[in-house]
Write a protein that binds this ligand. Structure first.
Ligand code: FO1
Length: 339
């Protein structure tokens, strides 16, 4: 494999964060820099479509999930939020009848939202605020928000629920957390997308990479949202890098979260093959996004169909049960990239 120098990952929350943790572990092992790190530079472009302003604070769920996961502060059992968390302040907020009682901001997590909000109010961009917060967590990768302008994923509900009439637009987190995606949705709308531009460094991180990876994040509301930011989809199509994706669907079911509910909304089959074809082959007239696609061993039958569509696929174990297993997956993705 030619000397690998730069890898860029387009990530959402838990799946993208855990995959990147495995990627960094593999790179430290395969490309050591002699001081415990790796000589390969990793950039994570993170979805900000889940962001919201809650109790006056700017909350960035996916940026925080990646930062905590790579920085060692994540709640491992939840996959999001801080470890050793408590909820005293959110209890007080609820006692005042404020906030979303179905969306808890933990006491330690609030520290992040308070500092970020203070920085933004003092004129920092989201990129600058993220860089500041990462000075504490020291993730072994550069974290870039997909955009410094606010983009919020809204979900149009297909039927009336609680105080929302049919056809209403609600915040993605309300659909995801309050309703667990069980309320039928008819479309996703990224509010603010038209005014959004890719954050500084994002386009270059995609064009200058040796490998661009679409990790097993939600292909619709996480990776899809990042790709919808003006300029990003074209950068992925044009980059000289190898572009490899990792299926978030194993054996016809979403690995976690409710990616299947999201795929149904946009009419994509919930299968490793369906998502791979949805991203599309890059080197064909379909002007797709990926050159390679990792599917789990249970989906090996998809490999020839993907090959017919111009996508080089391989079937490998895709369960991110621990860091070593995820590091193996990341190694498989890099090997596929250079095949
Ligand atoms: N997920 C939940 O299921 N319940 C919550 O109360 C909740 C709170 C929360 C607070 C901060 C944060 O960064 C994430 C939080 N999440 C919660 C997870 C969140 O829904 C997901 O991290 C992503 O938005 C989906 O990938």
């Amino acid at each position: 494999m030619s000397e690998l120098q730069r890898v860029t990952v387009l990530a959402g929350g838990v799946g993208g964060a855990r995959f990147t943790r495995g990627l960094l572990a593999h790179l430290e092992d395969a490309y050591p820099d002699g001081t415990g790190g790796s000589r390969v530079a990793v950039t994570v472009v993170v979805n900000t479509g889940d962001d919201m302003t809650l109790n006056g604070l700017r909350v960035c769920p996916d940026l925080d999930t990646v930062m905590y996961t790579l920085g060692g502060g994540i709640s491992e059992e939840q996959g999001w939020g801080r470890d050793d968390e408590s909820r005293r302040v959110s209890g007080e907020i609820a006692a005042y009848g404020r906030g979303w009682d179905w969306f808890t901001l933990g006491d330690l997590d609030l520290g992040t939202h308070i500092v970020r909000t203070e920085l933004l109010r003092d004129g920092a961009t989201l990129s600058e605020a993220t860089e500041y917060l990462c000075r504490r967590w020291k993730p072994a990768a550069r974290l870039l928000p997909m955009s410094d302008q606010p983009v919020e994923t809204q979900v149009r509900v297909g039927e009336a629920v609680d105080e929302h009439p049919a056809g209403a637009l609600i915040h993605f987190e309300e659909w995801w957390v309050r309703y667990r995606a069980h309320v039928p949705a008819t479309e996703f709308v990224q509010r603010g997308l038209e005014q959004a531009t890719a954050a500084p460094g994002v386009i270059e991180a995609i064009l200058d990479a040796d490998v661009v990876i679409l990790p097993p994040s939600n292909p619709v509301v996480s990776v899809g949202t990042i790709l919808n930011v003006p300029g990003i989809r074209d950068a992925v199509r044009q980059t000289a890098a190898h572009v490899v994706g990792v299926s978030p669907i194993i054996g016809g079911a979403a690995v976690r979260g409710m990616a299947d509910a999201c795929l149904t909304v946009i009419g994509v089959e919930t299968s490793a093959q369906g998502v791979g074809l949805h991203y599309g082959a890059r080197r064909t007239k379909s002007a797709g996004l990926i050159d390679g696609w990792l599917v789990d061993e249970t989906d090996a039958d998809a490999v020839p169909h993907l090959a017919e569509a111009g996508i080089r696929a391989r079937a490998v174990p895709l369960w991110m049960r621990d860091v070593p297993a995820t590091a193996r997956m990341a190694a498989d993705a890099l090997e596929l990239a250079f095949e």
